[in-house]
Design a protein around this ligand. Sequence first.
Ligand code: ADP
Ligand code: ASP
Ligand code: MG
Length: 415
Amino acid sequence: MEETMSRIVAKFGGTSVADLDRIRAVAARVKREYDAGHEIAVVVSAMAGVTNDLVDLTRAAHSMHDAREYDVVVSTGEQVTAGLLAICLQEQGIPARSWLGWQVPVRTSDAHAKARIEKIETEEMERRLSDGQVCVLAGFQGIGPDNRITTLGRGGSDTTAVALAAALNADRCDIYTDVDGVYTSDPRIVTRARKLDKITYEEMLEMASLGAKVLQTRSVELAMNHGVPVQVLSSFEDAIGSDLPGTLVVDEEDIVEQEIVSGVTYSRDEAKITLMRVADRPGVAAAIFGPLADANVNVDMIVQNVSEDGTRTDMTFTVTRGDLDRAIEILEARKDELGFTDLVPDADVVKVSVVGVGMRSHAGVAQRMFSSLAERGINIQVISTSEIKISVLIAEEFTELALRALHTVYGLDAA
Ligand code: ADP
Ligand code: ASP
Ligand code: MG
């Protein structure tokens, strides 16, 4: 079938640009799309491992570093790959140039280290695309209202790619990575995970926010809001764009046979805090969670235990692991006011979730999860649910066992 000319944004993640050979392979792939007559803008991540090293360097320099300088440092990985890919494309006879976030510019909020893209001014880039130039944009970075470099949070190149696709009104946004699509669970842990041909924006959004790092949560949100067709595919397989059987992220009505559960995810980025024997009276929850919110500590799951005598109760909740020390400090400082006897922290926990839009119309989904975990002797510490997901907090040592058990019980195992 002959393809008409499309405008494509293609994003290549860290392992896809891990060394010069991989970058050359990316250039060859881009060349094939280019030779087929498409306009193509490429978004690149830093080489695998580089961003981690840069983060470590800023931490080693000072534990309480200035977030604006953190962004200056950690954004540099993408500059290297953007330049190298432009060189490799030129070497293959393709007119290409690199762009850093500020050069476009990709305008963001001022929340350094977790900035949000507000606007991408694509005029110049569009002119060059229609002149037949390939534009290579460094992902993960932008420029804030203070004219300083910002970064978008870990995994942020996905968001750069989707935002660019929306701004350029591209026909598709191809996310090339080291797996060939979105799976029913992390294929590195659940070997029987199945690749999904399609997944709804809504389910992908839940899966991403519940730990499936194949797409950054914000990128899915943007794709959903702007109707950007996103496709996740492997850069390690030798086929291009529309020939590849990756995973398409689509609207719900585009899915014919909907499973009840589409995916099982996990997040190790959790820590549990239990406050023992808090006063059981109105206003106590506000007194606990207010100061945490004021300090930007996000609280996720919460349970308040039944009080034995109607006067005191235990309160358990979760925060991200990185916020645990701060949360402890804030609560200990208010120990007298809150009246708890002990604060018991536990970082050896994991949140396991099952996600599926089919849950809306089926009963008993949660029961199956609970009994399947019980049969394996896995204790559920906290539960939280929404319309299309159920999450449980369990001991971290049971992560693999729980994922595999749930994958099987919901009929997701590959044949
Ligand atoms: P990139 O560097 O290309 O951005 P990431 O490491 O950020 O790649 O994301 C890809 C990884 O996401 C895969 O290697 C896989 O281990 C992990 N992953 C977690 N959950 C899923 C899932 N449900 N489907 C596919 N990959 C998943
Ligand atoms: N290089 C950045 C990171 O490792 C952004 C990305 O890869 O998407 O988080
Ligand atoms: Mg990623």
